[in-house]
Design a protein around this ligand. Structure first.
Ligand code: AMP
Ligand code: GLY
Length: 423
């Protein structure tokens, strides 16, 4: 059978690669894909983006199933459109994707269903927002309500910084509609973890835990990015905490969505903050897999991803189980010059190591022009490696990355530092 994956990032390269491993799958199309999905065995890029064109293609090519990678098409209703056309697709409907597409929706949802999260208030008026900030003091967090491609959250350490963020969003309208409404949120201290599940409307199947590194520079300094590296599992999520997150956050979220008349089917990502005492709170929901978390997670997944997606679409995830490589995996992002503000495109990638059983280079912002692979976005590659220990996975990833060359390459040297400190 033939499948389609929507998206062009490292997450989509990893998903498509994993789906192509299924014995039932002949070919996985990736729309629009990247330089890695263009050259990987069993994958083929498709330069279509309009939903109607994709639907026509799926009908003509008899695509068995489509899996959606990023949030934007989900929030724009790709699942609704495919289902109306009678096509099989995995992801939340537009109404359910609001869990990510509107921070205010997500906060109201969490309050209504008793999920632990930071205190907050929502504003459209800058004066009222500033008065609230004066009352709360700093540090405080300002979030654009809508999708802002990772630029919508400002963790302000001073009241002045918080007010500047309000001006940027509510007065200067710099994020457009996405920032026309803001959530002002209590600053939470602790350690973050990514908790991702597959959901079928009623049940959730947890995937392996992971931890991302959001800041550009070593020691978690510098600007926020989409993520500079991730590893799985995240030891901060102990078995006890795992059970608690399922009980207090994930299952209530799935039940709440069903109760509200918008049952949730798809990947669901809870960004958690775990305080010193080990209590988890939800920072955000994403209606998709994480990037770069997916790359190490897919490397560890031993089960057939297609079979799991089929369980999710049939509503039988309670009868499914996912088998994981017991070895940890680590994914290291190689970013372009100028990332995250103004990534430079068009630098040639001169050396690309071949994949081995325990190390693969997933592409993100790359393009294959028929002869050469060149940079084409902020996060260019993600080197993902397995190891008998996290340390060994890290050594393998860094050794492989050491052979890769493109001008202006940026990478963090300390991916995995939190877990390695716990060893
Ligand atoms: P979000 O897109 O909501 O996950 O926010 C991006 C990043 O901002 C998170 O990964 C955290 O590092 C940080 N952040 C978001 N909300 C809070 C909060 N309430 N307290 C502290 N840090 C936060
Ligand atoms: N790596 C963070 C995210 O996918 O949202």
């Amino acid at each position: 059978m033939k499948l389609l994956v929507i998206g062009s990032g490292g997450r989509e390269h990893a998903m498509a690669w994993k789906l192509a491993q299924s014995p039932k799958v002949q070919k996985v199309f990736v729309a629009p894909g990247n330089g890695g999905t263009a050259t990987e065995n069993g994958l083929e890029n498709l330069s279509l983006s309009e939903f109607s064109q994709l639907i026509d293609f799926c009908k003509k090519e008899q695509i068995y199933l489509t899996v959606v990678g990023p949030e934007a098409p989900l929030a724009a209703g790709i699942v609704d459109a495919f289902q109306e056309a009678g096509l099989k697709i995995f992801g939340p409907l537009r109404a359910a994707a609001q869990l990510e597409a509107s921070k205010d929706f997500a906060k109201q949802f969490m309050a209504r269903h008793g999920l632990p999260t930071a205190r907050y208030a929502t504003f459209t008026d800058a004066r009222e927002a500033k008065a609230y900030i004066d009352k709360q003091g700093a540090p405080i967090v300002i979030k654009a309500d809508g999708l802002a491609a990772g630029k919508g959250v400002v963790v302000a350490s001073t009241v002045a910084e918080a007010k500047a963020a309000i001006d940027l969003m509510l007065v200067q309208n710099r994020l457009g509609d996405a920032g026309a409404r803001v959530v002002v949120e209590e600053f939470l201290e602790g350690e973050e973890a990514s908790f991702i599940v597959m959901a079928d409307g009623a049940h959730a199947l947890p995937l392996a835990t992971s931890q991302d590194h959001k800041r550009l520079q070593d020691g978690d300094r510098g600007p926020n990015t989409g993520g500079m590296g991730a590893y799985s599992p995240a030891p901060v999520v102990t078995p006890e905490l795992h059970a608690r997150v399922m009980r207090e956050i994930i299952q209530p979220a799935i039940d709440g969505m069903a109760k509200d008349g918008t049952p949730y089917t798809g990947f669901l990502y809870a960004g958690l903050m775990i305080d010193k005492a080990g209590n988890p709170k939800t920072l955000e929901f994403n209606c998709r897999l994480g990037d770069p978390e997916t790359q190490p997670i897919m490397l560890r997944l031993k089960s057939d991803l297609l079979a799991l997606v089929e369980h999710a679409l049939a509503g039988t995830l309670d009868r499914a189980s996912a088998e994981w490589d017991r070895r940890p995996a680590l994914g290291l992002v190689l970013a372009a010059a100028g990332y995250p503000d103004e990534p430079r495109k068009g630098d040639e990638i001169t050396v690309l190591p071949k994949a081995t059983e325990d190390c693969r280079v997933f592409h993100a912002g790359t393009r294959f022009d028929g002869k050469r692979v060149v940079t084409n976005g902020g996060r260019v590659l993600c080197v993902a490696a397995l190891g008998d220990s996290l340390k060994m996975a890290r050594t393998r990833a860094y050794e492989t990355a050491g052979a890769i060359r493109f001008d202006g390459m940026q990478l963090r040297k300390d991916i995995g530092h939190r877990a390695l400190k716990k060893d």
